[in-house]
Design a protein around this ligand. Structure first.
Ligand code: COA
Length: 260
């Protein structure tokens, strides 16, 4: 597959997607959104890929939002389709069934913050800035940011961040639970690759079900979510990886998971 606005790199079981429009701080235009959709579907189907890292090119921005050149000319029907198109791609990322690590190397604003929130885990450079500044453009988040942000950091902080539209530091994002970890900017990609390598050694089907149980379960009543969890747990008992993981423990050796 060829892409104009993404770089895709594969290193064993880890794939790195880099949004590559550095002159516009990696802003997401419709073409880039569509390329992300294709890349995610491609990597999802590729059994050799167990973990994905998503980052932005250059040292200034992860993604500085939806492309404002395109937003400026939206009309009601196209605006709705634009938002739904972005939401669809973020849903694909969130439910890819493989961990997607956002390596937030700079500004993650608007659609960029929404993109990071759709990822499974978020690691931020200490220089990164995050926020939902749409209010300053007279609009609001459209890639489900009102929903993901309030679920991640709670209603109190989400209301303030979205209504005020100010940027917060990586450290503040960590303190409110928006990112998992803050690392020195120069170490970001190494740290992301180390985490990716750790996850790539885990049983892929178990990771897929954990992601599904948390993502889908959070939207269900507790009792139903617990039954859903038990069903997935039961399904894992049918995998070769479950036999391998438990037997390796008993044999006092390292498990080799094959995703079967
Ligand atoms: N869409 C389109 N272009 C964007 C963009 C976006 N979301 N974010 C930045 N750019 C462009 C700028 O227009 C500028 O283009 P130019 O060189 O042709 O003038 C280029 O990227 C560099 O940005 P600039 O604003 O000059 O950098 P800065 O360091 O002064 O400021 C930001 C950086 C991120 C604070 C600022 O670019 C910004 O506020 N961007 C918009 C963020 C936003 O509102 N996102 C939500 C969109 S829904």
């Amino acid at each position: 597959m060829t892409y104009d606005n993404l770089l895709i790199e594969r290193d064993g079981a880890v794939a790195v997607i880099t949004v590559n429009r550095p002159k516009l701080l990696n802003a997401l235009d419709s073409q880039t959104i569509d390329e992300l959709r294709r890349a995610v579907l491609d990597l999802k189907a590729d059994e050799a890929v167990r973990v994905v890292i998503l980052t932005g090119s250059g040292d200034k921005a992860f993604v500085a939002g939806a492309d404002i050149n395109e937003l400026a000319v939206q009309r009601p029907t196209s605006g709705k389709e634009h938002a739904l198109g972005g939401q669809h791609v973020l849903d694909l990322i969130e439910n890819m069934g493989k961990p997607v690590i956002a390596a937030i190397n700079g500004y993650a604003l608007g659609g960029g913050c929404e993109l990071a929130m759709a990822c499974t885990l978020r690691m931020a450079a200490d220089s990164a800035k995050l926020g939902q500044p749409e209010i300053k453009l007279g609009i609001m988040p459209g890639y489900a940011g009102t929903q993901r942000l309030s679920r991640l950091v709670g209603k109190t902080k989400a209301m303030e961040l979205i209504l005020r539209g100010h940027h917060i530091s990586a450290q503040e994002a960590y303190e409110i639970g928006l990112v998992n970890r803050v690392v020195p900017a120069a170490a970001l990609m190494d740290e992301a690759r180390t985490l990716a390598a750790e996850l790539a050694g885990h049983a892929p089907i178990a990771m897929r079900y954990i992601i599904e149980a948390i993502n889908k379960g959070l939207e269900m009543p507790f009792a139903e979510a617990a039954i859903f969890e038990a069903t997935l747990f039961g399904l894992l008992a049918s995998t070769e990886d479950m036999r391998e993981g438990t037997q390796a423990f008993l044999d006092k050796r390292k498990a080799e998971f094959r995703g079967k």
